[in-house]
Design a protein around this ligand. Structure first.
Ligand code: HEM
Length: 126
C-alpha cells in the first residue's frame, strides 16, 4: 500500500476521533447511552490513529527532530482524550484534562501540518 494511503487513513481517523470525543463527552455529561457507544468507537479510532501515525513515523524517520515531537504530542493527545472521557464517565471534574486535550490536539495538528510530508501549510514556522 502506498505511504500516502496511510496519511489519508491517519487524517480520517483523527478527524473521526475529534467528532467521537465530542459525542462521547456530551453523551456522558447527559447520562446518555450514546456516550458509551461513541467512547467505544473513539478507542478504535485511537488505535487506528496511533497505528498509522507510528507507521508514518517509522517510514519518514530522518525527516528531522520535529518528527519526534509529533509522535510525542500525538501520543499525549490520545492519552489525554482517553483520560478525559474516563473521568467524565465517572462524573468527576475533568476541565483540566479537557483543556489539556484541546491544547495538545491543536499543537499536534499544527506540527502535523508543518512537517514536510503531505500538506505543509505551516512549514515556515519550524
Ligand atoms: C501516537 C499518535 C500519532 C503519531 C505517532 C502521529 C504521527 C504522524 C506522522 C509521522 C505524520 C506525518 C508527518 C508529515 O506530514 O510529514 C503525521 C501527520 C499528521 N498528523 Fe499525526 N500522529 C499521531 C496522532 C495524531 C493526532 C491525534 C492528530 C490530531 C489531533 C494528528 C494530526 C496529524 C496531522 C494534521 C498530520 C499532517 C497531515 C498532512 O500532512 O496531510 N496526529 N502524524
Amino acid at each position: 500500500m502506498p505511504l500516502i494511503a496511510f496519511l489519508h487513513t491517519h487524517v480520517t481517523s483523527w478527524v473521526l476521533l475529534l467528532v467521537l470525543f465530542a459525542v462521547a463527552y456530551i453523551g456522558y455529561k447527559n447520562n446518555n447511552k450514546s456516550g458509551k457507544i461513541a467512547h467505544m468507537v473513539f478507542r478504535l479510532m485511537l488505535l487506528v490513529a496511533f497505528g498509522t501515525g507510528l507507521y508514518l513515523y517509522l517510514q519518514l524517520n530522518g525527516g528531522g527532530a520535529f518528527y519526534h515531537v509529533k509522535i510525542t504530542v500525538g501520543l499525549l493527545t490520545l492519552i489525554f482524550g482517553e483520560m478525559t472521557l474516563v473521568r467524565v464517565k465517572k462524573q468527576k471534574p475533568a476541565q483540566v484534562l479537557l483543556g489539556g486535550f484541546i491544547l495538545l490536539a491543536l499543537v499536534t495538528i499544527f506540527i502535523g501540518y508543518a512537517l514536510p510530508y503531505g500538506q505543509s501549510f505551516f512549514s515556515n514556522f519550524i
